[in-house]
Design a protein around this ligand. Structure first.
Ligand code: PLP
Length: 497
């Protein structure tokens, strides 16, 4: 199996090259040259396997240049009870008959990004060894909160890597700040920037593309890499849990082998739902892929009309990880749907860069309508949904997951489709305790972030994730705040080059 670039179909690289490189030199994203197929027998067999074994099986279809022992090394280091609070790695909870919550937040930072970022460091270091890069990998991340912490936890103390995270000094929540400033590990650096998220992001981008820095690193046996969701090494691990949850439902006799299910995903950058699309194309019986957005509903409009238009108001919502107007992974889907027509993709995405807008062909529109359903809800509806699920089903969901539940309820009403359904639950409610308590009518503005966690425990009686509970007594390790202009020096100085 080879990987092509969405902007140049002549590019042909191995999985190891695609993962070590991150993005193609032409600016395109790497996609598999064909989507591997699994059979019903495979699905049945997977039902009897542990999560790491299921993961190894799915990876073996995509990382065909990796040896069995290389795949095992990655999988066994990432998906363990040391990193996740359940040996199942992710859980399927029944919300009500025929509707299941796929809880993807049992990892160290309590959000679904752990599912990929726990394994990405091993995929990157194995890949760079395979292609004889033989350099230590330096990961630079600009974060508005969640990705930075998940990347830090993934890369901490992984041999052959260093990680450096920059965040806007007043742009993250108190809990997120505490999570990052107390980060443990001997290869981690965390630093605040005087500025907003864009300043941090632009600073990181300019260091990435600085020739002088690159040479300096290279002389010292170092190279940059990215933990961003455009890396195939972040997408592939997400396909696994969709295949795995179908196999689990069959094993638990909740569905019959071959029965079609719906999958609902609260969406931002289109990575998680694209993984569900790959699972479907591999042979998992899926009816509709339901794309749920918050008030930043650019994807709802796109999937309904075929017109992508980012020229619209940006909303700051209570589901911040979905506050996105450019969903980069959509490029991969469109490449597959337009018959791998790279010039078509170049046209659409240069139009997006120039005027913030493009319109796909009628053929592509027809497939989008067939495969996807799209909907959105605002903050008021999100909160009402959290309260309703708690009252009706005693299930407390976080703000992102609630968007998905609400859009799914609308879908059921509009279509009358009662097929069994899996809803991706992307964060622990504790991660967004204040919004969740507010929705339940229990918010107290005099409480600090840890008192709010205790309060949510009294209400929900859900176990508090250990990693959040322990945070309270952790030592602050990183207290630097620097100007944007000092970022480059900070990087070079921290690396000692
Ligand atoms: C990142 C994130 C999302 C959005 O996922 P995409 O892959 O970007 O679509 C949804 N919910 C939570 C909690 C997240 O952290």
């Amino acid at each position: 199996m080879y990987y092509k670039s969405t902007r140049d179909s002549n590019v042909n690289v191995t999985a190891a090259q695609a993962i070590a490189q991150g993005i193609s030199k032409d600016g395109g994203l790497f996609v598999p040259s064909e989507i591997p197929v699994i059979t019903f027998d495979d699905i049945k067999a997977m039902g009897e396997m542990s999560y790491p074994d299921r993961a190894a099986f799915v990876f073996s279809k995509y990382l065909t240049d990796f040896s069995e022992s290389e795949i095992r090394y990655c999988v066994d280091n990432a998906y363990t009870e040391k990193n996740f609070d359940t040996k199942n790695i992710c859980e399927l909870a029944k919300l009500f008959d025929g509707t299941y919550m796929l809880e993807l937040w049992h990892g160290p930072t309590c959000a679904f990004k752990d599912m990929a970022l726990q394994i990405l460091p091993y995929l990157i270091t194995t890949s760079s060894k395979k292609i004889n890069l033989d350099k230590r990998v330096v990961i630079l991340v600009a974060t508005s909160g969640d990705t930075g912490k998940a990347a830090l936890e993934g890369f901490k103390d992984v041999d052959g890597t260093q990680i450096m995270v920059f965040y806007p000094v007043d742009g993250v929540s108190k809990m997120q700040k505490k999570q990052m400033t107390t980060q443990e590990g001997n290869n981690v650096f965390v630093c605040a920037i005087n500025g907003n998220f864009d300043d941090a992001q632009n600073g990181v981008k300019s260091i990435f593309t600085d020739r002088e820095v690159e040479n300096q690193l290279s002389k010292n046996g170092l190279m940059f890499s990215s933990a961003n969701s455009i890396n195939w090494g972040r997408l592939a691990p997400q396909i696994i849990y969709y295949v795995s949850s179908y196999a689990q439902l069959v094993k638990d006799k909740e569905i019959k082998l071959g029965e079609k299910i719906n999958i609902v995903v609260p969406t931002g950058n289109f990575g998680n739902i694209l993984a569900a699309y790959y699972a479907k194309k591999m042979g998992v019986p899926v009816n509709k892929l339901i794309c749920a957005s918050n008030s930043n509903n650019v994807l709802t409009d796109f999937l309904k009309t075929g017109v992508y238009d980012r020229n619209r108001k940006f909303y700051t919502t209570i589901s911040p990880s979905m506050d996105i107007l450019i969903s980069s992974n959509l490029e991969r889907l469109l490449y597959h749907l337009c018959g791998e027509n790279d010039s078509q993709i170049r046209n659409w995405f240069s139009s997006l860069a120039d005027c913030g807008k493009y319109e796909v062909t009628d053929d592509v529109k027809a497939v989008l309508r067939k495969e996807f359903y799209a909907g959105f809800c605002d903050d008021m509806q999100t909160k009402a949904c959290i309260k309703e699920q708690y009252d009706k089903h005693s299930y407390v969901c976080d703000t992102h997951t609630a968007v998905a539940v609400k859009v799914y309820e609308d879908y059921r009403k509009i279509t009358g489709d009662t097929a069994k359904t899996v809803i991706a639950s992307t964060a622990s409610p504790y991660k967004f305790s204040n919004s969740v308590l507010d929705a339940l009518g229990e918010f107290d503005s005099s409480m600090d972030e840890f008192e709010l966690v205790d309060k949510l425990y009294e209400t929900s009686r859900l176990d508090v994730p250990k990693s959040l509970a322990e945070l309270k007594d952790k030592q602050i390790r990183f207290n630097d705040t620097i100007e944007k202009s000092e970022m480059k020096n900070f990087v070079l100085k921290s690396l000692g080059v």
